[in-house]
Design a binder for this molecule. Structure first.
Ligand code: S3P
Length: 433
């Protein structure tokens, strides 16, 4: 039965202590890209530690629908591929389920292919804007049709011309879609971003032999007449999943969590710096020799103070804002977040969803069209709250429940499976009731 048909509620009690060491699932952003790029390579790629979340499984299913040969055995995935020209027209639609990254990146890949496909998704993905990729791809010659730039989206592969794009909104998904389209375009494709976003696509492309320039002018990809080299990659833990444990430890002085082998790509670690400025003790031990830096993070709670976040902070910690809002309820002063309109077009409207859940638990939250403020510290109480079908909202509210005075019930909580299927098991292990 599809998950959406199962009304799964979870009740979380307050914790007397959060302590422990754990590993988190592999990084979702890296996994989508590694799978897609391996399918575009010529030869056999090996990916170790692919996460089991539904978003990544949606990318696996879409690539299989396009004819890719993916075999999973234990923690290892083998991909045998022969480049974009070997992609086959899928039978039926490609179901990207809840995953915006799957849909946007595949649109970039397929725009310059020799095949046609329709990409669709669940009700949440059908509400999310696709014009941000469709319009710049069309300027390269792409033939894409949709109703009001929402899924389902039909793409008819054609020859593309490289061009220079200036991103109107900071988005690694848009940047990546354009770079992937640039691989099969004639001439260079440049993406200029005013605010830097995660650079996993660029790192992997370089590791696979593509000429990707990072200049003051932006990221430039040139079409290569050589196919991408296959890759062997061990995916580090997802810092955006680790953020929930890191936030949990930071909630109370003396609580502590160690996250082993987590990705420490500098375009993804802003949350750790924000946490330090709120007063938490954060230690990072890492290596940066790999394609993707990785290491260990130890967080110990201290008294928290409010901080002010602007648009660049939001872009750098986009997936961690729900967890940060929970921390803000326990920080002294008013935490203000501005330039956060993008949060309204994620898997849910995350400003509204978090404001709703935290208010029901007694928090003082003020919503604005492109921002939110939380006044703390507040003693939270248990409540019935909603995930709004959004994995990160469900996990953030579960963390808030740890410091509520009575149990909190989260409706439709099993949506955590989108990125973190064993979240509630690990929550149990870390909390000592
Ligand atoms: C992602 C980029 C971010 C992020 C999303 C994953 C990616 O979205 O919110 O969860 O893997 O590129 P935007 O780039 O649209 O902000």
């Amino acid at each position: 039965m599809p998950r959406a048909e199962v009304e799964s509620a979870r009740t979380i009690s307050s914790a007397t202590r959060v302590a422990g060491e754990l590993a988190v699932p592999g990084d979702k952003s890296i996994a989508h890209r590694a799978l897609i790029l391996a399918a575009l390579a010529q030869g056999e790629s090996w990916i170790h530690g692919l996460p089991e979340g539904e978003d990544v499984l949606a990318t696996v299913a879409c690539l299989r629908g396009l004819g890719a040969n993916l075999q999973r055995s234990g923690r290892t995935t083998r991909i045998r591929a022969a480049g974009l020209s070997s992609f086959a027209t899928p039978h039926g639609e490609l179901d990207c389920e809840n995953s915006g990254t799957t849909m946007r990146l595949l649109l970039g890949v397929l725009a310059g292919s020799a095949i046609s496909a329709t990409l669709d998704g669940d009700a949440s993905l059908r509400r999310r804007p696709m014009d941000r990729v469709i319009e710049p791809l069309r300027t390269m010659g792409a033939r894409i049709e949709s109703r009001e730039s929402r899924a389902p989206v039909f793409v008819m592969g054609t020859s593309l011309q490289g061009r220079r794009h200036t991103l109107a909104i900071p988005s690694a998904q848009v940047k990546s879609a354009l770079l992937l389209a640039g691989l099969s375009a004639s001439g260079p494709t440049t993406v200029v971003e005013a605010t830097p976003t995660r650079d996993h696509t660029e790192r992997l492309l370089r590791a696979m032999g593509t000429d990707v320039g990072a200049t003051a002018d932006g990221v430039v990809v040139r079409p290569s007449h050589q196919p991408l080299r296959p890759i062997e990659l061990a995916i580090p833990g997802d810092i955006s999943s680790a953020a929930f444990w890191i936030a949990a430890a930071a909630l109370r002085p003396g609580w502590s969590v160690i996250v082993a082998d987590v990705g420490l790509n500098p375009t993804r670690t802003a949350f750790l710096a924000l946490l330090r400025s709120m007063g938490a003790h954060v230690e990072v031990e890492g290596s940066s020799s790999d394609i993707e830096p990785r290491g260990m993070v130890t967080v110990t709670g201290q008294r928290l103070r409010a901080i002010v976040l602007g648009p660049a902070d939001v872009a750098a910690a986009i997936d961690e804002i729900p967890a940060l809002l929970v921390l803000a309820t326990q920080a002294a002063g008013v935490t203000t977040i501005d330039g956060a309109g993008e949060l309204r077009v994620k898997e849910s409207d995350r400003i509204a969803a978090m404001a709703d859940g935290l208010r029901r638990m007694g928090a003082v939250v003020e919503e604005r069209p492109d921002g939110v403020s939380v006044k703390g510290p507040t003693a939270l109480h248990g409540a019935s709250v909603e995930s709004h079908g959004d994995h990160r909202v469900a996990m953030a509210l579960a963390v808030a429940a740890l410091v509520a005075s009575s149990p909190t019930t989260i409706a439709d909580a099993d949506c955590v499976a989108v990125s973190y299927p064993n979240f509630f098991t690990q929550l149990q292990e870390l909390t000592h009731e």
